[in-house]
Design a protein around this ligand. Structure first.
Ligand SMILES: [Zn+2]
Length: 118
């Protein structure tokens, strides 16, 4: 009976390793994880790792997020845009300007109403 369990555990490790390897992850590490966790690692290896992979727009294969070139078809991803600092400044400026105008309008309206009523 023990041998049977060990065989299942080993099998899970191999399967987890193979799945991980196909997904571009460390097959060896997942094999060890599979032996440690058994069927659980097998299930985890099957799960799509959210945030760790992206889909290649050319061949639709799951590849690592940080990959610049698709390992399946060689598709080159455009470099990520640099953090846009100027955008924030423009947005901030726009908000403050609009907010000030809005506040002045509201104040002006309130003043008119006040004088009309009283
Ligand atoms: Zn591709």
């Amino acid at each position: 009976m023990e041998v049977f369990f060990i065989a299942i555990w080993l099998f899970c490790g191999i399967i987890a390793g193979v799945i991980a390897n196909r997904k571009g992850r460390s097959g060896c590490g997942w094999f060890l994880l599979g032996i440690l966790l058994g069927p659980f690692a097998f299930a985890v290896a099957l799960l799509p790792d959210i945030g760790l992979t992206k889909k290649c727009p050319k061949c639709a294969e799951e590849i690592k997020v940080k990959a610049v070139v698709c390992r399946f078809c060689g598709y080159e991803f455009p470099p990520p845009p640099p953090p846009d600092a100027s955008k924030d400044v423009i947005v901030g400026e726009k908000i403050t300007q609009e907010t000030i105008d809005e506040l002045w309008k509201k104040r002006e309206e309130a003043r008119r109403k006040y004088y009309k009523n009283g």
